[in-house]
Write a protein that binds this ligand. Structure first.
Ligand code: ADP
Length: 335
């Protein structure tokens, strides 16, 4: 830019001088003094100056033209930018509409799951009580074979009830409709209760459960007891389900200044590395889990994660195939 400025100044300064020399030249011709030495010099200077002026004019003209071309290109770029901005606004609008549509579809899907699950729950509950009555001998004595078949029917029905409940809960968790009731509690009041139930299940597979870090002085946590019970049950049930007979589950409870940490470590089939990113996704089941344990919905960890996050805690795990899995979760301490 500095260069252009200098050229312009030279150009404008040269103009009056050139005019003066040209005027003198004309005067000379008019007065017929072309043989005078002074005027001959004047003529040479004028011609030189005119050439310089012409050259300067050319340079300046080139610069002006190139500046004009630049301005044109800039204008075109601005126009295309304006066009791109308009397109972006339009795309944004289209995306908002698509998003709105997806939300509507999601609401329809949630509604469908909720209605279907509710409708399924009623007949399943009545099947449960009917089988229960027969098993209790209310309709007369049963042979061992009849009892065996009925027990199988009862267990399958129970699994259906759990699945339907999980579907309802996961849907409520996803749409943020799960109701929470928080209250301060000493974690072992809950843990002992869950451990008692889980030890019965673990014993059936000859799996031992060990607890480390029992400390009555651990700080209290403010939690929804029933929800954290469901979290513990899910993590223990998984550990039992995916650990071969004779295995071991180690439970640790510890606390730092801000949170209480629960660790549940098993010696089971583990989670293959390439599947680990999906573990907390709804309906996800790793192929090695499906192979070992056909039962499962892939909803438990999704619900578990949502509950822990609602408590302001974190959940994560470490695992490798055939090397067991260790799940950790934290919940904030009550101050
Ligand atoms: P489900 O157990 O009903 O399949 P979850 O949501 O509880 O569903 O778990 C999702 C998946 O995570 C399981 O199918 C399994 O692949 C993997 N998983 C969870 N816990 C364990 C564990 N302790 N050991 C090995 N795999 C596990």
């Amino acid at each position: 830019m500095e260069k252009y400025k200098k050229l312009e100044i030279i150009f404008y300064l040269s103009f009056p001088f050139t005019a003066l020399w040209l005027f003198s030249l004309l005067a000379l011709a008019f007065m017929g003094h072309t043989d005078n030495l002074f005027w001959q010099y004047a003529l040479i200077f004028s011609a030189t100056f005119a050439v310089i002026f012409g050259l300067q004019f050319l340079v300046l003209y080139k610069e002006i033209m190139s500046r004009l071309t630049e301005a044109n290109a800039l204008q075109k770029a601005l126009q295309s930018q304006e066009y791109a901005a308009k397109m972006l606004v339009r795309r944004d609008l289209e995306l908002s509409r698509a998003n709105e549509k997806l939300r509507e579809l999601d609401a329809v899907k949630s509604n469908f799951i909720s209605v279907a699950a509710h409708q399924l729950r009623t007949p399943l509950t009545s099947i449960k009580w009917t089988i229960n009555m027969i098993l209790n001998g209310d309709l007369g004595p049963l042979t061992t074979e009849q009892r065996g078949f009925l027990m199988k029917g009862y267990e399958s029905n129970e699994r259906m009830i759990i699945l339907v409940n999980d579907m309802l809960t996961s849907d409520r968790a996803e749409s943020d409709k799960l109701q929470y009731q928080f209250a301060p509690i000493q974690i072992f009041d809950l843990m002992d209760n869950v451990l008692y139930e889980m030890t019965i299940q673990a014993n059936k597979k000859n799996i031992t459960i060990e607890l480390e870090g029992r400390d009555a002085n651990l700080p209290r946590v403010t939690i929804d007891t029933e929800k954290i019970r469901a979290v513990l049950q899910n993590l223990f049930e998984n550990a039992i389900k995916y650990t071969p007979a004779g295995g071991k589950i180690l439970v640790k409870v510890s606390a730092d200044k801000t949170s209480l940490k629960v660790t549940i470590q098993d010696t089971g089939i583990g989670i293959p590395e390439e599947q680990q990113k999906n573990v907390f996704n709804r309906f996800f089941r790793a192929p090695n889990a499906v192979k070992t344990q056909t039962d499962g919905s892939g909803l438990g960890l999704f619900i578990t994660k949502s509950i822990i996050e609602k408590h302001g805690g974190k959940i994560w795990f470490e695992s490798a195939q055939n090397k067991g899995a260790t799940f950790y979760f934290t919940v904030p301490i009550t101050h």
